[in-house]
Ligand binder design. Structure first.
Ligand code: HEM
Length: 132
């Protein structure tokens, strides 16, 4: 059958309580007449319009009776390429963390060695002045 194919923008035009379309599992449903009769209330349906409502619909765990009712409201297929896929997480840019610890290590080493060298020098001076 030559089912109608809708884009997200087209479906999103029907996003009011007087004209409400839903996208569930790649199919488009006109639930305007069903809003008042929906056991879950009209508000949830209105909050699910204008986007892919598949997750919202599945999260409720609708019965097979509910799924059978959907045929009545079917108006066409969804052009799924117009639905944005899940946004990819990109971590915020952070200042470069210095992985190279060599310079830090050399400073620590010098902080330890310099006083030791002075001490050694003092001992040496004392030793030589004594024997002289
Ligand atoms: C054409 C689409 C839909 C149909 C035909 C439909 C039908 C039904 C039916 C028959 C029930 C009674 C319980 C059951 O049989 O599972 C129900 C409950 C419910 N539905 Fe839907 N529904 C639709 C879409 C949605 C969407 C998109 C949402 C979420 C945004 C939703 C949320 C709920 C909630 C919250 C309940 C109440 C569950 C409870 O109180 O236990 N429904 N629906």
């Amino acid at each position: 059958m030559g089912d109608k194919v809708f884009s997200l923008a087209q479906v999103s035009e029907h996003n009011t309580s007087k004209d409400c379309w839903l996208i569930i599992n790649g199919k488009v449903y006109d639930v305007t007449k069903f809003l008042e009769d929906h056991p879950g209330g009209d508000e949830v349906l209105l909050s699910a319009t204008g986007k892919d409502a598949t997750d919202d619909f599945e999260d409720v765990g609708h019965s097979s009776t509910a799924r059978a009712m959907m045929d009545e409201y079917y108006v066409g297929e969804m052009d799924t390429s117009t639905i944005p896929t899940k946004t990819k997480y990109t971590p915020p840019n952070q200042p470069q963390y210095n992985q190279d610890k060599t310079s830090e290590f050399i400073i620590k080493l010098l902080q330890f060695l310099v006083p030791l060298a002075i001490l050694g020098l003092a001992v040496a001076v004392r030793f030589y002045t004594k024997s002289a």
